[in-house]
Design a protein around this ligand. Structure first.
Ligand SMILES: Nc1nc2c(ncn2[C@@H]2O[C@H](COP(=O)(O)OP(=O)(O)OP(=O)(O)O)[C@@H](O)[C@H]2O)c(=O)[nH]1
Ligand SMILES: [Zn+2]
Length: 218
Protein backbone atom coordinates (compact mmCIF):
# COMPACT_ATOMS: atom_id res chain seq x y z
CA UNK A 1 0.00 0.00 0.00
CA UNK A 2 1.01 3.60 -0.67
CA UNK A 3 2.77 4.98 2.46
CA UNK A 4 1.12 7.83 4.40
CA UNK A 5 2.43 11.39 4.40
CA UNK A 6 3.27 12.03 8.09
CA UNK A 7 1.80 15.53 8.08
CA UNK A 8 -1.34 15.24 5.97
CA UNK A 9 -2.05 11.59 6.94
CA UNK A 10 -2.86 10.92 3.28
CA UNK A 11 -1.34 8.65 0.65
CA UNK A 12 0.62 10.35 -2.11
CA UNK A 13 -2.24 9.58 -4.51
CA UNK A 14 -4.66 11.36 -2.16
CA UNK A 15 -2.22 14.22 -1.71
CA UNK A 16 -2.08 14.69 -5.47
CA UNK A 17 -5.79 15.50 -5.32
CA UNK A 18 -5.12 18.43 -3.02
CA UNK A 19 -5.70 21.97 -4.12
CA UNK A 20 -2.17 22.95 -5.12
CA UNK A 21 -2.69 26.63 -4.21
CA UNK A 22 -2.71 25.61 -0.52
CA UNK A 23 0.32 24.41 1.45
CA UNK A 24 0.66 20.62 1.19
CA UNK A 25 -0.04 20.06 4.88
CA UNK A 26 -3.46 21.73 4.68
CA UNK A 27 -5.75 18.94 3.61
CA UNK A 28 -8.46 20.28 1.34
CA UNK A 29 -9.81 17.80 -1.17
CA UNK A 30 -10.84 19.43 -4.40
CA UNK A 31 -13.50 16.71 -4.63
CA UNK A 32 -14.77 17.10 -1.05
CA UNK A 33 -18.47 16.12 -0.88
CA UNK A 34 -20.90 18.95 -0.22
CA UNK A 35 -22.59 19.55 3.14
CA UNK A 36 -25.86 18.34 1.61
CA UNK A 37 -24.23 15.09 0.47
CA UNK A 38 -22.78 14.59 3.96
CA UNK A 39 -26.20 15.17 5.56
CA UNK A 40 -27.77 12.69 3.13
CA UNK A 41 -25.19 10.10 4.18
CA UNK A 42 -26.12 10.63 7.86
CA UNK A 43 -29.79 10.18 6.95
CA UNK A 44 -28.90 6.86 5.30
CA UNK A 45 -27.07 5.75 8.45
CA UNK A 46 -30.05 6.70 10.64
CA UNK A 47 -32.34 4.57 8.48
CA UNK A 48 -29.77 1.77 8.43
CA UNK A 49 -29.64 1.85 12.25
CA UNK A 50 -33.38 1.12 12.16
CA UNK A 51 -34.99 4.48 12.88
CA UNK A 52 -37.13 6.90 10.86
CA UNK A 53 -34.97 9.89 9.77
CA UNK A 54 -38.17 11.89 9.17
CA UNK A 55 -39.48 11.67 12.74
CA UNK A 56 -39.43 14.94 14.66
CA UNK A 57 -36.57 14.09 17.01
CA UNK A 58 -34.26 13.11 14.14
CA UNK A 59 -35.16 15.69 11.52
CA UNK A 60 -32.27 18.05 12.46
CA UNK A 61 -29.86 15.25 13.37
CA UNK A 62 -28.03 15.12 10.00
CA UNK A 63 -27.30 18.86 10.31
CA UNK A 64 -26.10 18.43 13.90
CA UNK A 65 -23.90 15.46 12.98
CA UNK A 66 -22.31 17.36 10.09
CA UNK A 67 -21.70 20.34 12.42
CA UNK A 68 -20.12 17.96 14.93
CA UNK A 69 -17.92 16.41 12.21
CA UNK A 70 -16.81 19.89 11.20
CA UNK A 71 -15.60 20.42 14.77
CA UNK A 72 -14.16 16.94 15.39
CA UNK A 73 -12.23 16.92 12.09
CA UNK A 74 -11.22 20.56 11.80
CA UNK A 75 -7.58 19.45 12.01
CA UNK A 76 -7.65 18.74 8.26
CA UNK A 77 -8.08 22.47 7.65
CA UNK A 78 -5.15 23.56 9.83
CA UNK A 79 -1.40 23.60 9.38
CA UNK A 80 0.68 22.59 12.44
CA UNK A 81 3.83 24.11 10.94
CA UNK A 82 2.13 27.50 10.72
CA UNK A 83 1.41 27.32 14.47
CA UNK A 84 5.08 26.66 15.15
CA UNK A 85 6.43 29.29 12.76
CA UNK A 86 6.53 32.24 15.19
CA UNK A 87 9.57 31.49 17.34
CA UNK A 88 11.55 33.76 19.62
CA UNK A 89 15.00 33.70 21.10
CA UNK A 90 15.05 36.10 24.04
CA UNK A 91 14.93 33.58 26.91
CA UNK A 92 18.01 34.86 28.77
CA UNK A 93 20.04 31.73 28.12
CA UNK A 94 17.40 29.27 29.38
CA UNK A 95 18.86 25.86 28.56
CA UNK A 96 16.63 23.09 29.91
CA UNK A 97 13.61 21.22 28.65
CA UNK A 98 10.28 22.93 28.10
CA UNK A 99 7.44 20.56 28.97
CA UNK A 100 3.66 20.80 28.74
CA UNK A 101 1.78 18.34 30.93
CA UNK A 102 -1.66 16.83 30.53
CA UNK A 103 -2.75 18.45 27.30
CA UNK A 104 -6.28 17.19 26.59
CA UNK A 105 -6.50 14.77 23.69
CA UNK A 106 -9.89 14.32 22.02
CA UNK A 107 -9.44 12.29 18.87
CA UNK A 108 -11.17 9.63 16.77
CA UNK A 109 -9.69 6.31 15.72
CA UNK A 110 -9.37 5.77 12.01
CA UNK A 111 -10.69 2.21 12.26
CA UNK A 112 -14.10 2.84 13.81
CA UNK A 113 -14.36 6.65 13.94
CA UNK A 114 -14.91 6.16 17.68
CA UNK A 115 -13.54 8.73 20.14
CA UNK A 116 -10.34 8.15 22.02
CA UNK A 117 -9.79 10.47 24.95
CA UNK A 118 -6.76 11.10 27.06
CA UNK A 119 -3.78 13.33 27.76
CA UNK A 120 -0.54 14.25 26.06
CA UNK A 121 2.78 15.25 27.61
CA UNK A 122 5.14 17.08 25.26
CA UNK A 123 8.67 18.29 25.91
CA UNK A 124 11.46 19.67 23.80
CA UNK A 125 15.02 20.69 24.56
CA UNK A 126 15.47 24.02 22.82
CA UNK A 127 18.60 25.33 21.22
CA UNK A 128 18.16 29.10 21.28
CA UNK A 129 14.73 28.97 19.62
CA UNK A 130 11.52 28.57 21.65
CA UNK A 131 7.88 28.83 20.68
CA UNK A 132 4.79 30.13 22.49
CA UNK A 133 3.68 27.31 24.80
CA UNK A 134 0.06 27.48 23.60
CA UNK A 135 1.30 26.57 20.11
CA UNK A 136 2.39 23.14 21.37
CA UNK A 137 -1.14 22.50 22.66
CA UNK A 138 -2.52 23.73 19.31
CA UNK A 139 -0.31 21.28 17.41
CA UNK A 140 -1.60 18.39 19.56
CA UNK A 141 -5.15 19.56 18.87
CA UNK A 142 -4.65 19.82 15.11
CA UNK A 143 -3.40 16.25 14.83
CA UNK A 144 -6.05 15.01 17.29
CA UNK A 145 -8.80 16.50 15.16
CA UNK A 146 -8.09 14.10 12.32
CA UNK A 147 -8.78 10.38 12.04
CA UNK A 148 -5.89 8.79 13.82
CA UNK A 149 -4.10 5.89 15.32
CA UNK A 150 -2.50 6.85 18.61
CA UNK A 151 0.91 5.75 17.33
CA UNK A 152 0.68 7.95 14.21
CA UNK A 153 -0.49 10.94 16.20
CA UNK A 154 2.34 10.58 18.73
CA UNK A 155 4.90 10.55 15.94
CA UNK A 156 3.28 13.42 14.03
CA UNK A 157 3.38 15.71 17.07
CA UNK A 158 7.06 14.94 17.65
CA UNK A 159 7.95 15.30 13.97
CA UNK A 160 6.19 18.67 13.62
CA UNK A 161 8.15 20.10 16.58
CA UNK A 162 11.37 18.52 15.37
CA UNK A 163 10.99 19.93 11.85
CA UNK A 164 9.90 23.42 12.89
CA UNK A 165 12.09 24.16 15.92
CA UNK A 166 15.13 21.97 15.19
CA UNK A 167 15.52 21.37 18.96
CA UNK A 168 18.11 19.10 20.59
CA UNK A 169 15.35 16.57 21.16
CA UNK A 170 11.62 15.98 21.55
CA UNK A 171 9.63 13.71 23.88
CA UNK A 172 5.94 12.94 23.47
CA UNK A 173 3.75 10.64 25.53
CA UNK A 174 0.04 10.06 24.98
CA UNK A 175 -2.17 8.09 27.35
CA UNK A 176 -5.71 7.51 26.07
CA UNK A 177 -8.80 5.33 26.38
CA UNK A 178 -10.27 4.14 23.09
CA UNK A 179 -14.05 3.91 23.07
CA UNK A 180 -13.92 1.38 20.24
CA UNK A 181 -12.44 -0.92 22.91
CA UNK A 182 -14.62 0.16 25.84
CA UNK A 183 -18.11 0.57 24.31
CA UNK A 184 -18.02 -2.09 21.60
CA UNK A 185 -15.98 -5.08 20.43
CA UNK A 186 -13.86 -6.38 23.28
CA UNK A 187 -15.72 -4.16 25.85
CA UNK A 188 -12.76 -3.63 28.13
CA UNK A 189 -13.23 -0.48 30.17
CA UNK A 190 -10.54 1.49 31.98
CA UNK A 191 -7.79 0.16 29.74
CA UNK A 192 -5.56 2.98 28.58
CA UNK A 193 -2.95 2.87 25.83
CA UNK A 194 0.39 4.59 26.29
CA UNK A 195 2.51 5.62 23.31
CA UNK A 196 5.84 7.47 23.41
CA UNK A 197 8.22 9.03 20.94
CA UNK A 198 11.72 10.21 21.87
CA UNK A 199 14.14 11.92 19.52
CA UNK A 200 17.61 13.45 19.90
CA UNK A 201 18.80 13.87 23.49
CA UNK A 202 15.60 12.32 24.86
CA UNK A 203 16.52 9.14 23.00
CA UNK A 204 20.25 9.09 23.74
CA UNK A 205 20.26 10.44 27.30
CA UNK A 206 18.40 7.86 29.38
CA UNK A 207 18.58 10.00 32.54
CA UNK A 208 16.81 12.82 30.67
CA UNK A 209 14.23 10.40 29.31
CA UNK A 210 13.60 9.16 32.85
CA UNK A 211 13.27 12.75 34.10
CA UNK A 212 10.61 13.34 31.42
CA UNK A 213 8.79 10.16 32.45
CA UNK A 214 8.94 11.15 36.14
CA UNK A 215 7.46 14.55 35.27
CA UNK A 216 4.49 12.83 33.60
CA UNK A 217 3.40 11.74 37.09
CA UNK A 218 1.63 14.27 39.24
N1 LIG B 1 -2.58 0.09 17.18
C1 LIG B 1 -3.74 0.75 17.29
N2 LIG B 1 -4.88 0.06 17.18
C2 LIG B 1 -6.04 0.76 17.30
C3 LIG B 1 -6.09 2.13 17.54
N3 LIG B 1 -7.40 2.49 17.62
C4 LIG B 1 -8.12 1.37 17.43
N4 LIG B 1 -7.30 0.30 17.23
C5 LIG B 1 -7.56 -1.13 16.99
O1 LIG B 1 -7.76 -1.32 15.61
C6 LIG B 1 -8.10 -2.69 15.48
C7 LIG B 1 -8.97 -2.91 14.28
O2 LIG B 1 -9.10 -4.30 14.19
P1 LIG B 1 -10.05 -5.07 13.14
O3 LIG B 1 -9.95 -6.52 13.46
O4 LIG B 1 -9.71 -4.62 11.78
O5 LIG B 1 -11.48 -4.47 13.48
P2 LIG B 1 -12.60 -5.03 14.46
O6 LIG B 1 -13.12 -6.34 13.93
O7 LIG B 1 -13.61 -3.95 14.63
O8 LIG B 1 -11.78 -5.30 15.80
P3 LIG B 1 -12.24 -5.32 17.33
O9 LIG B 1 -12.12 -3.91 17.85
O10 LIG B 1 -11.27 -6.25 18.00
O11 LIG B 1 -13.68 -5.79 17.37
C8 LIG B 1 -8.73 -3.08 16.82
O12 LIG B 1 -7.87 -4.01 17.42
C9 LIG B 1 -8.73 -1.75 17.60
O13 LIG B 1 -8.58 -1.94 19.00
C10 LIG B 1 -4.86 2.82 17.66
O14 LIG B 1 -4.79 4.03 17.85
N5 LIG B 1 -3.72 2.09 17.52
ZN1 LIG C 1 -11.20 2.04 16.80
Amino acid sequence: MDSLDPVSNLTSAENSLLNTSKPKSIVTFTNRPSREEAMKAVKTLLAWAGDDPEREGLIDTPKRVVDAYEEWFQGYQADPKKELSRTFEDVQGYDDMVMLREIDVESHCEHHMAPFLGKAWVAYMPTSKVVGISKIARVVEIFAKRLQTQETMTKQVADAIEESLAPLGVAVMIDAEHQCMSTRGVHHKNVTTVTTRFTGVFKTDIALQERFMRLTHR
